[in-house]
Design a protein. Structure first.
Length: 98
């Protein structure tokens, strides 16, 4: 993906942890974020495994997961996670333009 330097992409932890979780077949915040961003990540050569048969939209799954974990704070957490995903995608776009 990129050469290892001291700088870290914004949201890189989502990518690293999410890929690990997807490969293990787990449904986590990070895994669902990568499913949400799959099309845009694919532009950068990052392949996200397809959704399992019968699963709902990853946006809905993420919100349901957050609701169970965080109750009333789910909405804020959901928006915060989406902003991190967009930051990661924007950083990948910027690197690709170099």
């Amino acid at each position: 993906m990129r050469e290892k330097t001291d700088s870290v992409l914004p949201g890189e932890e989502i990518l690293v942890r999410g890929l690990k979780e997807l490969n293990a077949g787990r449904v986590t915040e990070e895994a669902l974020l990568l499913r949400i961003g799959a099309a845009r990540l694919a532009v950068h050569g990052i392949r996200i495994p397809p959704r399992p048969e019968g699963s709902s939209f990853p946006e809905d799954e993420l919100y349901e997961l957050l609701s169970r974990k965080h109750g009333a704070e789910a909405y804020g957490r959901y928006n915060s996670l989406l902003r991190k995903l967009v930051s990661l995608e924007n950083a990948l776009d910027a690197i690709a333009k170099r």
